[in-house]
Design a protein around this ligand. Structure first.
Ligand SMILES: [Zn+2]
Length: 248
């Protein structure tokens, strides 16, 4: 065997073994852990690169009469960074949109497209924007806004060169995402077994002290939820998504 052949083979190996990049796009700190912490932790363990994009810093998530938004965003940013470390995420990016005031504007879409073109993920996880309410709760309008803006970013905006052409001048080229996983969907079509990463999901959730407090029943509550999602599918503990595999 000539050295040339061997080198080409090695190059091919390097190319095919590039880790899969996963971008989690969420409205608020703690959404990524509640919604897909088990999946992200499992995938990180398996060698996928996990990136977090938080559209707000969670300015409004407190009923403490002494709390200010300025203090809260510092606390929540730190909590989110700590949780991401437990999950094994490589990077956490915060956008400067205001908690409670998100709308699927062109400005939000531009910011998400910029990160998609920079990070170049094959997989995106985000909120299902179609769920407005269930029998038990009304979906937060920020969640719907981020879900809509993210889908609009994946297709067609990030893919098509002439959208936000100024990105190209910053060295950010068009990018085609292969799969989108929507959490909170009323009609999931994919269930991820999180039995092996469930403890890490709970540990990461505990980093959000300002939100979950001491929450002694947190692990039990989360276990019950993961069991209810997984058991009909024959999976002990699961997170569920609606998966879109992009054909074009
Ligand atoms: Zn939220």
């Amino acid at each position: 065997m000539s050295l040339g052949v061997e080198v080409r083979f090695m190059e091919h190996q390097v190319q095919t073994e590039q880790p899969v990049r996963v971008l989690v796009v969420a409205a608020h700190p703690d959404d990524p852990e509640f919604a897909c912490g088990g999946t992200s932790a499992r995938w990180a363990e398996e060698g996928k690169e996990i990136y977090y994009l938080l559209c707000t810093r969670g300015h409004k998530g407190s009923s403490d009469p002494e709390m200010t938004s300025e203090r809260l965003i510092q606390i929540r940013e730190e909590e989110q960074r700590a949780a991401a470390r437990v999950i094994g995420a490589r990077e956490v990016v915060f956008l400067d949109f205001i908690d409670g005031e998100l709308a699927p504007t062109l400005a939000l879409r531009e910011a998400i497209v910029r990160e998609i073109r920079r990070i170049r993920p094959q997989i995106i996880l985000t909120h299902d924007p179609t769920v407005v309410y269930t029998a038990g709760h009304i979906n937060h309008p920020d969640h719907r806004a981020v879900g809509t803006a993210t889908l609009d970013s994946v297709y067609p905006t990030a893919r098509d060169r002439l959208n936000f052409l100024h990105h190209e001048r910053d060295g950010l080229l068009p990018h085609k995402v292969k799969e989108v996983y929507l959490w909170g969907s009323a009609t999931p079509n994919v269930w991820i077994d999180i039995s092996c990463s469930f403890d890490r999901k709970v540990e990461a959730l505990r980093c959000h002290v300002s939100q979950v407090g001491s929450a002694e029943q947190l692990a039990d509550r989360m276990r019950e939820r993961a069991k209810n999602i997984g058991e009909p599918q024959g999976i002990p503990l699961a997170e569920a998504f609606f998966r879109i595999a992009m054909e074009r």
